[in-house]
Write a protein that binds this ligand. Sequence first.
Ligand SMILES: N[C@@H](CCC(=O)N[C@@H](CS)C(=O)NCC(=O)O)C(=O)O
Length: 204
Amino acid sequence: MKLYYSPGACSLSPHIALLEAGLPYDLVKVDLRAKKLENGDDFLKINPKGQVPALALDSGELVTEGPVIVQMIADKARDKNLAPSRDSTERYKLLEWLNFITTELHKNFGPMFSPVLADDAKAFFKDRVMGKFKYVDSQLGGGEYLMGKHFTVADGYLFTMLSWADRMKFDLSGLPNLLAYKARVGARPMVQEALTKEGLMKAA
Ligand SMILES: N[C@@H](CCC(=O)N[C@@H](CS)C(=O)NCC(=O)O)C(=O)O
């Protein structure tokens, strides 16, 4: 499999999932502005959406949309318990989290990275995301992961959003559950490996 990614982008979530799953993969870096690969190939010919993440399967098919990709990865490595089984109610609880993260966090973060949006508009989105983080903090309580004791692919996605919160200088000091969670997920060896491979953290 090949994961099309951009360092620190939302593709970090499936990158973490691939490592946690122990599946073999190649990383292909995409310049999101130019829509080009490092070898000059046109990314739009690979993924007409022009977005990462995109996962090319060994069959040649391409799967896009982060929340879908991470479930596929989890389903390819059932023994790693990265998602509850497909016929369980718990699976729908995982979907609830993936949907919440993608629509309420991920897509409200987007405008904050815009080079053209005014500061007050960015502050509006920051406020919205902060409200969502408060909700996540209350749901986490003292729990280890979003789904309880097991790390799931939703945790790799939420961690990616928390890494963006760092970049955007969010003050999370009033959200102790979320801060403890961020440290817990960030300490996982496969999360550190993903960050290192994306050039976001120096190898130990
Ligand atoms: N709906 C997509 C959104 C992916 C997305 O927003 N990707 C961003 C990087 S985090 C991107 O590729 N931005 C470049 C662009 O939209 O042109 C998903 O959930 O995977």
